[in-house]
Design a binder for this molecule. Structure first.
Ligand code: ATR
Length: 474
């Protein structure tokens, strides 16, 4: 066995084999390995002509085939499997070698693994990879976290396989140390949940209140996709809505059960946000909306609850309403992104990561599921002011919110009148109004807390902590 391979990939399910093929197609010699060797053999049989592969039947063989310092990507199931694979490979590696976990690990696991491997002199890089199967093969957005030294040794390869942003820049950057990459990937997924929920709410309103057919909604989405809402998710939503179910001939979307599932990264985002004390209400509502959609028994038991039935509008009014929905969707999206970026800033502070918040936007412009023209605006906002407290305060975005807010309120009001749920639009609007408010009822909350639990309060007119001796029989 010659030590000829530039990099190794272990774990050859769809994501792993596509990533290995992407590396090989871009001129890297790739050693490939899978616990079940049949998958290694079939990868090399099926795609061996795409580039240079070195098949390995065992971890020992894989490690022996790698140039030094060795670089190895694990693409196995997150959780115990990742620990098992690291446990198997670590004793075979030497100081200075680099292990990359390209799975969807929780950032806390990545922090632990990085610490454990660092003690043995091995670099561990937790790399968030977004873009699904197609992205892994043709160019994902890659979010690596780990030591600067490890990143430097991987950068040329990662840049060769990452997606390209519209300006030609590769969609990868050194996000920060240890768990920063997987943290940022987690927030990406949370934002993705919010984006999908908001598009879903727009669809619901266009269908039930504007009275549009899925085909007509696809047209509306197509138009929006040529404007400031230009994004991959908008594009595929339009495609889905033009699709007809082969069996029934009905619009495909009507043939799909309306119970959304989730793999858990949205839940992680919300759990972590709660721990960090960052309100990500748009993302949380998206996670809850998926969850509630799946409570079939609860929904069936509640279907007789009183309330209005949505009635379709006249077509002139419907056209105007569609324009208002575009404003509501854009403004709500902006709020979700502002919440996601707030969370990344808070995570960076808590875990001591030097995250360039504009660079994160830049590497999400291509390859990943939330790729969108809009992200270049986010990048530019942080380039103009790296210390920006909230995206909503950026001059350009704040001007757009000013223009959108009338329609945004009208959409939430109309939805409420028609009995159409808009948890994403309304949570975003409430967040916006909370930030704008001069005074909040939090003052009453503090007074209540002092009343029942002597939790004390601060005053508007002088420094210090106060407690009132509330009267009565308490
Ligand atoms: P999928 O991505 O198709 O859902 P998966 O079950 O998540 O598949 O497994 C992804 C990869 O992790 C596979 O390559 C799998 O190896 P096998 O083909 O042998 O099943 C690998 N994998 C899962 N658990 C593993 C473990 N404990 N040790 C080594 N590899 C493991």
């Amino acid at each position: 066995m010659s030590t000829s391979a530039d990099i190794g990939v272990t774990g050859l399910a769809v994501m792993g084999s596509n990533l290995a093929r992407n590396l090989a197609r871009n001129g890297n010699t790739v050693a490939v390995h899978n616990r079940t060797p049949a998958k290694t053999r079939s990868l090399v049989e099926d795609f061996g002509d795409e580039g240079a592969f070195v098949p390995a039947e065992s971890p020992q063989e894989l490690v022996a085939s790698l140039k030094r310092p060795r670089r190895l990507i694990t693409m196995v199931k997150a959780g115990e499997a990742t620990d098992a694979v690291i446990g198997e490979f670590a004793p075979l590696l030497e100081e200075g070698d680099v292990v990359v976990d390209g799975g969807n690990a929780h950032f806390a696991d990545t922090r632990r693994r990085e610490r454990e491997l660092r003690e043995r002199g091995i670099h561990f890089v937790g790399a968030g990879i977004s873009g699904g199967e197609e992205g892994a093969l043709r160019g994902p957005s890659i979010m690596p976290g780990g030591s600067a030294e490890a990143y430097a040794s991987l950068a040329p390869m990662l840049e060769s396989i990452a997606a390209e942003a519209p300006d030609g820049a590769p969609c990868t950057t050194h996000v920060g140390t240890d768990g920063a990459g997987h943290f940022v990937k987690m927030v990406h997924n949370g934002i993705e949940y919010a984006d999908m929920q908001l598009i879903g709410e727009a669809f619901h309103l266009l269908r039930d209140v504007a009275g549009y057919t899925p085909e007509q909604i696809a047209d509306v989405f197509g138009t929006w996709n040529r404007g400031r809402l230009d994004s991959y998710l908008m594009e595929i939503s339009a495609q889905v809505l033009t699709h007809t179910d082969a069996e029934t001939g009905a619009p495909f979307v009507d043939a799909v059960a309306d119970s959304a599932e989730q793999k858990g990264t949205g839940r992680w985002t919300v759990q972590t946000a709660l721990e960090l004390g960052v309100p990500v209400s748009g993302i949380a509502e998206a996670v809850f909306a998926r969850s509630l959609s799946g409570h079939g028994v609860l929904r069936a038991a509640s279907s007789g609850l009183p309330g209005p039935r949505a009635e379709a509008m006249e077509s002139d009014a419907a056209g105007r309403f569609a324009d208002q929905i575009e404003q509501a969707l854009y403004a709500s999206k902006l709020v979700s992104y502002a919440q996601g970026w707030h969370m990344m800033r808070a995570g960076a502070q808590e875990y001591d990561w030097d995250i360039d918040l504009g660079a994160v936007a830049a590497i999400w412009r291509g390859g990943c599921i939330i790729r969108a023209a809009f992200l270049d605006r986010v990048r530019a906002a942080y380039a103009a002011d790296p210390g920006l407290t909230t995206l909503l305060a950026d001059e350009g975005f704040s001007r757009e919110l000013g223009r959108a807010q009338g329609d945004w309120r009208a959409v939430v009001a109309t939805a409420t009148r028609h009995g159409v749920p808009v948890p994403g639009f309304s949570a975003a609007l409430s967040y916006y109004d909370t930030l704008r408010a001069g005074r909040l009822p939090a003052a009453l909350t503090q007074a209540q807390r002092d009343f029942f639990g002597a939790h004390t309060y601060r005053r508007v007119d002088r420094e210090g902590v106060f407690h009132t001796r509330w009267g009565g029989d308490r």
